[in-house]
Design a protein around this ligand. Structure first.
Ligand code: MN
Length: 519
């Protein structure tokens, strides 16, 4: 490492996939899913993981607690309004964290103070200070956000921020809540705040940008050039509306342009693509092929001139290496001759902990089945297998016993399905527009969920025609939305598994971390 690099300041990566990302309609996650994503973020060396909003619901409280208990290497953060009760819930959820942070916020724009909070500016300053002091009773690591900072009076913003630094806030997060800022303006705002607030050197400045104008990453980078040392972002840019700033784009822009940035992150970038896949699979939000860094085509050179150039000298057309962001970290790890011990070791390396010996045995049996159908078992396959295993480990009411589908040119597709309904075998047949439709109709005729299918997507987990298909379905019943996943080398079977996974969640009334209703 060059001396210059060694002396670079650290840019703190604050991932909010599990909190803000989860707020995108349909992206809500179960506690177990949140823990799995958090483990991957920890493996990637994300500095701070915002795990949820504990006061929002019991489900969210339990999810934040589970993440705090499971994560050792990253700081785990809980969001709280500037209210004692919210802060106490966050503090309690984070009790088991190796390093816990409370993130509290209150709106500072005239419109929010008058219309939403019905408070005077003086009352807002007082409450912000009280909240930070209260949070400090739980932890030294307190972050404060003035909500709607972009539309707040800069003088007032300086006053609030100076007061909360004195009260003990270590991180000041400036959100562009509605995605309205332009890069040079936003950078200017950060510079102004740092220059005008007398005690600004006692806190880390952070930014939280939304992508409504496609500028979330540009605004974040502009802020970094003007002194921000924490960026709040999400995997794949997941988030409400057009999403949050994308973690992978910010991290790789800073890493690739070290000639420009005075700081760098401590991220292991080879974990980016696995993280992207895990989040896409769990939420059902597929990544567009031309998405920077993590899109399937991000490193594909098609034109003859480019291919020729890359073959002669890679740097003619490539500014980053695909393997540096994890595209070929996709190493083959196991095959049909791998034993139980090798399987268990690999699970441990991937940070996957199975609760019991039975769970391990069941997962190993499914691994062997898969290895019979597919020669090379990649890390992604193991993740999918464990997702499925987690699904099966639940005390599900319905289980798929067998599925037969006939699909032939000129004929109506027909499916015969046998399910176990609390141990009792039930059989149904149905026609459909296609094999998946026929299978779903047969399943629905047994379950009778009366739900609507909102989304159906298939992705190949790895490449090749023997790859596993990972299917995500999203169903809605009376405003309750749940996702289901299934993976198999046969995509019709994967589809049936995904559909049953969703219906089991729907019928069990399982509390999701972040309850949502359709708009
Ligand atoms: Mn946000």
């Amino acid at each position: 490492m060059h001396l210059e690099q060694a002396m670079k300041e650290q840019l703190i990566v604050f991932d909010t996939t599990l909190r803000d990302g989860e707020q995108s309609p349909g992206a809500s996650m179960t506690r177990e899913e949140k823990v799995r994503i958090a483990k991957q973020l920890e493996r990637m060396r994300v500095d701070v993981i915002e795990a949820g909003f504990p006061a929002a619901s019991n489900g969210d409280f339990e999810a934040v607690k589970a993440v705090a208990d499971a994560i050792r290497e990253s700081t785990v953060c809980g969001l709280a309004r500037a209210l004692e009760n919210d802060i106490n819930r966050a503090g309690e959820a984070l009790r088991g964290a190796a390093s816990g942070r409370i993130h509290t916020f209150i709106a500072t724009s005239p419109i929010h103070m008058e219309r939403k909070l019905r408070m005077t500016p003086e009352q807002v300053v007082e409450q912000a200070v009280r909240a930070v002091q209260w949070a400090r009773r739980w932890t030294d690591d307190v972050e404060f956000s003035p909500e709607d900072a972009g539309r707040s009076d800069p003088d007032f913003l300086c006053r609030v921020l100076e007061a909360v630094i004195d009260a003990g806030a270590r991180t000041l997060n400036i959100p562009d809540t509605v995605g309205y800022n332009l890069p040079w303006q936003f950078g200017e705002l950060i510079r102004t705040l740092r220059e005008r607030i007398p005690n600004s050197d006692k806190a880390v400045f952070s930014v939280h940008c939304h992508n409504d104008l496609g500028l979330a990453v540009a605004n974040s980078l502009s802020a970094v050039l003007n002194g921000a040392r924490q960026v709040e972002c999400t995997i794949n840019g997941l988030g409400e509306r057009a999403g949050n700033a994308s973690l992978e784009e910010i991290v790789m822009a800073v890493r690739t342009r070290q000639d420009v940035f005075p700081c760098d992150t401590r991220l292991d970038t080879t974990q980016i693509v696995p993280a992207s896949r895990l989040v896409a699979g769990i939420t059902g939000f597929a990544v567009q092929p031309n998405k920077a860094i993590v899109g399937a085509n991000a490193f594909a050179h098609e034109s003859g001139i480019h291919q020729d150039g890359v073959l002669k000298h890679r740097e003619t057309y490539e500014i980053m290496r695909a393997e540096d962001v994890g595209w070929s970290a996709n190493r083959m790890v196991l095959g049909k001759h791998s034993g139980r011990n090798a399987f268990k070791t690999r699970l441990a390396e991937l940070g996957i902990v199975l609760e019991s010996e039975e769970a391990l045995n069941a997962a190993f049996a499914r691994f062997k089945d898969l290895a019979d159908k597919k020669h090379e078992i990649f890390d992604e396959d193991i993740h999918a297998l464990i997702s499925d295993e987690a699904t099966f480990a639940q005390a599900d009411r319905y289980k798929l016993l067998s599925l037969k589908v006939c699909s032939e040119t000129g004929e109506t597709p027909h499916a015969i399905v046998v399910l176990s309904d609390n141990g009792e075998e039930r059989r149904a047949e149905a026609d459909g527009g296609g094999p998946v439709d026929a299978a779903f109709r047969a399943i629905e005729s047994i379950v009778q969920s009366a739900s609507d299918l909102l989304l159906y997507s298939v992705n190949n987990i790895t490449t090749g025609t023997d790859a596993q298909g990972e299917v995500t379905v999203r169903v809605n019943k009376g405003g309750r939305i749940v996702n289901g996943q299934g993976a198999d080398t046969d995509i019709v079977i994967a589809s049936a598994r995904a559909y049953l996974n969703a219906l089991n969640k729907l019928m069990s009334g399982e509390v999701r971390a972040h309850p949502q209703v359709t708009p």
